[in-house]
Design a protein around this ligand. Structure first.
Ligand code: DGJ
Length: 729
C-alpha cells in the first residue's frame, strides 16, 4: 500500500520506498501541498499547514478575511481569484471569462497505474508495483472537472503526475494552458539545474541559484529540442553527487514544453512543468476530456547520483518497452560519416563485409538510399529504393549483408517531405503551412502534418512496406527540422493552435503502429543527434542517437549531462574518424572507444581506411564491449568527476549484484608536472577483494580501492584509462 488517504481530515499521503508526498484539502475545498521529501509518518496537520496574510494579497473569500491562496502551497493553481503566482491551468469560457476556481470534489485510489490514452507514460507490470490516487477538483460555476492523477511506485522513489480535464458543462470551453505538475516549495534556497544546449552540444549541465521571479526553460520548436531538455531539478545549495536534497522533474513528452520556477515575494518557490502554452489551445466540447502528458518526479536525499540512478532504473525497466528492453543491443557500424550520400552497393557491401570481419554485429545504411537522394535537397517522402545506387534493392542488399553473418539496419526520416519529391508534388497540402505564407525550409525540407490521419497512414504504410519486404532488424528514425508557419489544412480556423499537440499525438500513434507491428526490430530515435532525447521517444524506441557530435571530448560533456536523467542504455555512442568531422579534434582510438563504450556502442567511420594496427585494436574494443554489455546497461552509474568542473572526468558502473565493475577516467588536456591523480572507486564492498581483469590480475580490497584508489598516470592531451573489476568469491 503506497497511498494513505484520511477521508475525514482529507489528507492524502503517497509513499514510495524512501519518500513521502503529502497533500490536504484545506477549508473544506482547496487542495494544498503539504510535503515532499524523505519518508515520514503522516504529520500533525495543524502544525504542518500554515496560514498568513501578506500585504496586498486578496483574501480568498469574503467570509474569512484571514486566508489567502496567495500564501498557500498549492497542488494545481488556477491563478484566478487570489493567487497572483504563475498558474498551472487557464481556460477561456464561452462568457469570455477566464475565472476558474477548482474546489476539491472527491478522491479514489486505483491499484497499479492506468495508461494515458494516446500518450507515452511509465507503466507497471503488476498491480503490486504502484498505487494511483485520482483527486478530482471541480468548478461548480463552469462545470469543469480536473482530475489530478498521482502514481507512487512502491520499490522506486518515483511519483508520476498527470492531469485530465473534463468538460461536464453544456458549452464548449477553450483550454489555453494545461500544465501537468505544480509543486510549491516553502523556500527558494535551491539551485536550479537544467540541461540546455544546441545542435552538437546537447544537454550541458547548468546550475544557478534561484532568484526572485520566473526562470524557465522551454521549447517552442515543435520538438523537445537540442536547445532545452524537458528536465529540471531543484537541488539544495550544498547538494553534491553524493549528498543533499534534490527534487527533479522530467516530462514524458517530445514536443513544446515549459518547465520553470517562480520565486515569489516571500521567497517561496513554485516549480512547474507541462505543455507550453505558446501556440497551444484546445477546444473542449461538452462531454469531452483532454489528457495532459505525464511528469516523472524524483526526490533524492542523497544527492544527484541517487536521483539519476532512480531515473535510470525507472526508464530502463518501466518506460522502455519491447524485446530490446532486456536484450543486449548489437554493436553497429553506420555508413553516414564514412560515405555521407556518396555510396553505391559495392561500397556498402565492402564496408559491411569489413564490419563483419571485425566482429561488428549490425550494419546500418543511413541517409541517401531512396528516391533521387544524392544530397539533402530532395526525395524525403519518396520511400522507394534508388536502384541506380542499389540495383538489388533494399531486399537484395539486406540479404547480401545477412550472408556476411551480420544484421542489417536502415535509416528513415518519415516525418519530413522535400519540396522536390513525388510526395510533395502529389500532396502539397500535407505539410505544416499557413495558406498564403512562404513555407520556409530548413535543410531543404518541410514537416509533414501528422495531425492528419491520411498523412499518418501514408507514413505507416510506406515505412512498413520496406520493413516487411526486407530483412531489417534495426531502424534509425530521424527528424531534422523544427516547425515554422504553424498551420494545418486539416483543421478549421478555430483549431489551428491545436496543431502542434495534435502533431505529437499523431506521431505517437504512428510510432505505436510501426513499433508494435515490428516487435523484433530495434528502433533508435534521432533528431539531428539528440534533438528529441526525451522520455516520450524512449517509450517507443529504447535508444536515441545522443548527438551528431561524435568528438570524444565533446561527448564527455554530452553523455555526462544526459546521464542526469537518462540511462546509458538509452544513449547511442559511436567511434568516429579523426580529425573529428564536427570538432576537427584528433583523439586516440582508445579514448574514442572508451567514451563510446559508456553507451550503445558502434563505429561510424570508413572502416576501409583503417590500418591493420587499428583493426586489431578495434577487435579488442569489440571484445571488451561484449563483456561490458552483459552488465553496464543495467548497472548503477556513479559519476565521480564532472567535465563541467575541470580537466578530468570519471564515472563508473556497478552491476546490480555488486560483482562486476567498469570504471573510466578521462583527461582532456595534458598537465605538465601534474599533481597526483587517483581513481577512487565508490559503492564497493569494503571487505571484499576485487580483481582487476585484463592486466596482471592484481587484487585489492574494496576499502583500498575506495579510500586510497588506483594511481592514474596519464600523459598528453585527450587521454583515457579504464578498469574492469570483478569481485572475488
Ligand atoms: C542527422 C543524423 O543525426 C545523422 O546521424 C544522419 O543520420 C543525418 N541526419 C542523415 O541525414
Amino acid at each position: 500500500m503506497s497511498i494513505f488517504s484520511d477521508q475525514e481530515k482529507k489528507v492524502f499521503h503517497l509513499q514510495t520506498k524512501h519518500t513521502s508526498y503529502i497533500m490536504q484539502v484545506v477549508r473544506g475545498k482547496y487542495l494544498a501541498h503539504v510535503y515532499w521529501g524523505k519518508k515520514i509518518h503522516t504529520p500533525d496537520m495543524e502544525n504542518a499547514q500554515l496560514n498568513r496574510l501578506i500585504g496586498f494579497s486578496a483574501t480568498t473569500d469574503n467570509e474569512d478575511k484571514t486566508y489567502s491562496l496567495d500564501f498557500v502551497c498549492q497542488e494545481y493553481p488556477t491563478g484566478c481569484g487570489t493567487d497572483f503566482r504563475i498558474p498551472a491551468v487557464s481556460v477561456l469560457f464561452e462568457d469570455g471569462s477566464r475565472n476558474l476556481q477548482l474546489l476539491y470534489r472527491d478522491s479514489r485510489v486505483i491499484k497499479g497505474k492506468p495508461g494515458l490514452e494516446g500518450l507515452p507514460a511509465t507503466y507497471v507490470e503488476s498491480e503490486e508495483e504502484a498505487d494511483t490516487l485520482v483527486l478530482t477538483l471541480y468548478d461548480p460555476v463552469q462545470q469543469l472537472a480536473v482530475e489530478l492523477m498521482y502514481t507512487a511506485y512502491s520499490e522506486l522513489d518515483v511519483i508520476t503526475r498527470s492531469v485530465r480535464i473534463i468538460n461536464e458543462g453544456n458549452r464548449a470551453v477553450v483550454l489555453e494552458k494545461v500544465l501537468s505538475a505544480n509543486v510549491d516549495f516553502e523556500t527558494s534556497e535551491y539551485d536550479l539545474i537544467t540541461l540546455p544546449g544546441a545542435w552538437g552540444r546537447e544537454r550541458h549541465i547548468e546550475r544557478t541559484p534561484l532568484r526572485s521571479g520566473v526562470q524557465s526553460v522551454e521549447s517552442r520548436r515543435g520538438a523537445s529540442s537540442h536547445q532545452n531538455n524537458p528536465f529540471l531539478a531543484l537541488a539544495g545549495r550544498d547538494t553534491t553527487e553524493t549528498a543533499g536534497d534534490v527534487y527533479a522533474f522530467n516530462f514524458v513528452y517530445s514536443g513544446n514544453f515549459t518547465a520553470g520556477v517562480e520565486v515569489d515575494q516571500i521567497f517561496k518557490a513554485r516549480a512547474y512543468m507541462g505543455l507550453n502554452d505558446y501556440d497551444f489551445s484546445w477546444i473542449l466540447e461538452p462531454g469531452e476530456s483532454f489528457q495532459a502528458p505525464e511528469v516523472v518526479m524524483v526526490y533524492s536525499g542523497n544527492g544527484l547520483g541517487e536521483m539519476s540512478r532512480t531515473f535510470h532504473d525507472l526508464y530502463r525497466s518501466r518506460l522502455v518497452r519491447g524485446r530490446y528492453r532486456d536484450e543486449a543491443r548489437p554493436i553497429l557500424a553506420n555508413n553516414w560519416e564514412a560515405t555521407y550520400f556518396d555510396f553505391d552497393e559495392e561500397k556498402i557491401l565492402a564496408l559491411a563485409k569489413e564490419a563483419a570481419d571485425l566482429g561488428i554485429e549490425l550494419f546500418v545504411l543511413d541517409d541517401g538510399w531512396f528516391g533521387k537522394r544524392n544530397s539533402d535537397t530532395c526525395s524525403l517522402g519518396d520511400w522507394f529504393v534508388n536502384e541506380e545506387k542499389l540495383p538489388g534493392g533494399i531486399t537484395g542488399l539486406a540479404s547480401r549483408i545477412r550472408e556476411y553473418g551480420i544484421q542489417f539496419g536502415l535509416w528513415f526520416e518519415p516525418e519530413m517531405v522535400s519540396p522536390d519529391s513525388d510526395l510533395y508534388r502529389s500532396h502539397p497540402d500535407w505539410c505544416i503551412h499557413v495558406p498564403g505564407r512562404e513555407r520556409t525550409e530548413c535543410r531543404n525540407q518541410l514537416t509533414l502534418d501528422l495531425s492528419r490521419q491520411e498523412v499518418r497512414d501514408y507514413i505507416v504504410e510506406s515505412v512498413s512496406c520496406i520493413l516487411d519486404t526486407a530483412d531489417i532488424s534495426y531502424v534509425k528514425w530521424d527528424m531534422n527540422r523544427h516547425m515554422t508557419e504553424l498551420g494545418s489544412a486539416g483543421l478549421d480556423s478555430r483549431r489551428q493552435k491545436e496543431m502542434p499537440h495534435r502533431y505529437m499525438l499523431g506521431l505517437y500513434e504512428v510510432l505505436e503502429r510501426v513499433v508494435s507491428s515490428h516487435p523484433d526490430v530495434l528502433f533508435e530515435s534521432c533528431s539531428g543527434g539528440g534533438g528529441r532525447f526525451d522520455p516520450g521517444m524512449l517509450y517507443y524506441m529504447p535508444q536515441t542517437w545522443t548527438s551528431d557530435d561524435t568528438d570524444a571530448v565533446e561527448r564527455l560533456y554530452i553523455q555526462y549531462g544526459t546521464s542526469l536523467a537518462y540511462p546509458v542504455s538509452s544513449m547511442g555512442s559511436h567511434v568516429s574518424a579523426v580529425p573529428n568531422h564536427q570538432a576537427a579534434r584528433v583523439t586516440s582510438l582508445a579514448m574514442r572507444g572508451d567514451v563510446a563504450m559508456s553507451g550503445n556502442f558502434g563505429y561510424e567511420l570508413d572502416l576501409m581506411q583503417m590500418t591493420q594496427e587499428e583493426k586489431d585494436f578495434v577487435r579488442i574494443q569489440i571484445g571488451l564491449y561484449k563483456d561490458l554489455r552483459t552488465f553496464v546497461p543495467s548497472a548503477d552509474m556513479y559519476r565521480l568527476q564532472s567535465p563541467f568542473e575541470g580537466n578530468h572526468t570519471a564515472w563508473m558502473f556497478v552491476s546490480k549484484d555488486g560483482m562486476d565493475i567498469y570504471a573510466a577516467y578521462f583527461q582532456i588536456l595534458c598537465e605538465v608536472n601534474p599533481g597526483i591523480r587517483r581513481m577512487r572507486f565508490t559503492a564497493l564492498d569494503p571487505d571484499a577483494v576485487y580483481e582487476v581483469l585484463g592486466e596482471g590480475g592484481e587484487c585489492y580490497r574494496g576499502d583500498e580501492l575506495m579510500e586510497i584508489g588506483l594511481v592514474v598516470d596519464l600523459h598528453g592531451d585527450f587521454q583515457s584509462r579504464i578498469w574492469r573489476l570483478r569481485k572475488k568469491g
